[in-house]
Design a protein around this ligand. Structure first.
Ligand SMILES: [Mn+2]
Length: 193
């Protein structure tokens, strides 16, 4: 699949290490896009984030629910994390999403693609009943994941309708304009074409 993407991350003011993390992981005919936000700040927050990303990188083709459950297990005993997990499949143009906790997702599309995250924390007690939402996307749709260090007002920004060719430029721009300095902040934008 041809997927153009860009991401930007900024640690909260005064921290050297970000508790947010992201990745775009290559699977068989699909990509897994994720943002993970470790609870707390600094190194304590970065640890659960790194553990969750390791699980995803080792298993890019497993069902989303299983990936979330594996992350949950791997994070027991840590501060915990929230996650947004999006899979874009190439052949059938299927987009599927599971979110646990406060990670935002927004899709610019002619289709009604409005996935949501459920409340919960990976690594803490019981996971919520996982809700996997599946859609058919169009080539050229723009997918955006963002952590809660980004104001939700970002979803109405006009730049999303006319993104630059280099999506890294868009991610940097959105973070600069909507990022909060009191939290780690991450934006990931991606466009299948
Ligand atoms: Mn956060």
């Amino acid at each position: 699949m041809k997927l153009t993407w860009g991401a930007h991350i900024r640690a909260k003011g005064g921290q050297q290490v970000s508790g947010d993390g992201y990745d775009v992981i290559e699977g068989k005919g699909s990509r897994l896009l994720t943002i993970v936000d470790g609870l707390g700040g600094g190194v304590e927050a970065a640890r659960p984030t790194a553990l969750a990303l390791d699980v995803l990188r080792a298993n890019p083709d497993k069902p989303l629910k299983e990936l979330i459950e594996r992350c949950h297990t791997a994070l027991h005993g840590t501060r915990g994390a929230v996650i947004g997990l999006l899979r874009l499949e190439e052949n059938n143009q299927r987009a599927s999403y599971i979110g646990v906790g406060n990670i935002g997702i927004h899709v610019v599309s002619d289709q009604m693609i409005k996935p949501i995250s459920k409340n919960g924390i990976l690594g803490h007690r019981q996971l919520p009943t996982l809700l996997e939402m599946t859609y058919t996307y169009n080539i050229g749709d723009l997918f955006m994941l963002y952590s809660d260090g980004i104001s939700t007002r970002v979803i109405s920004d006009s730049a999303l309708n006319h993104p630059p060719a280099d999506l890294k430029v868009l991610a940097v721009d959105l973070l600069e304009r909507y990022g909060k300095t009191i939290d780690d902040a991450t934006v990931l934008v991606a466009k299948p074409h």
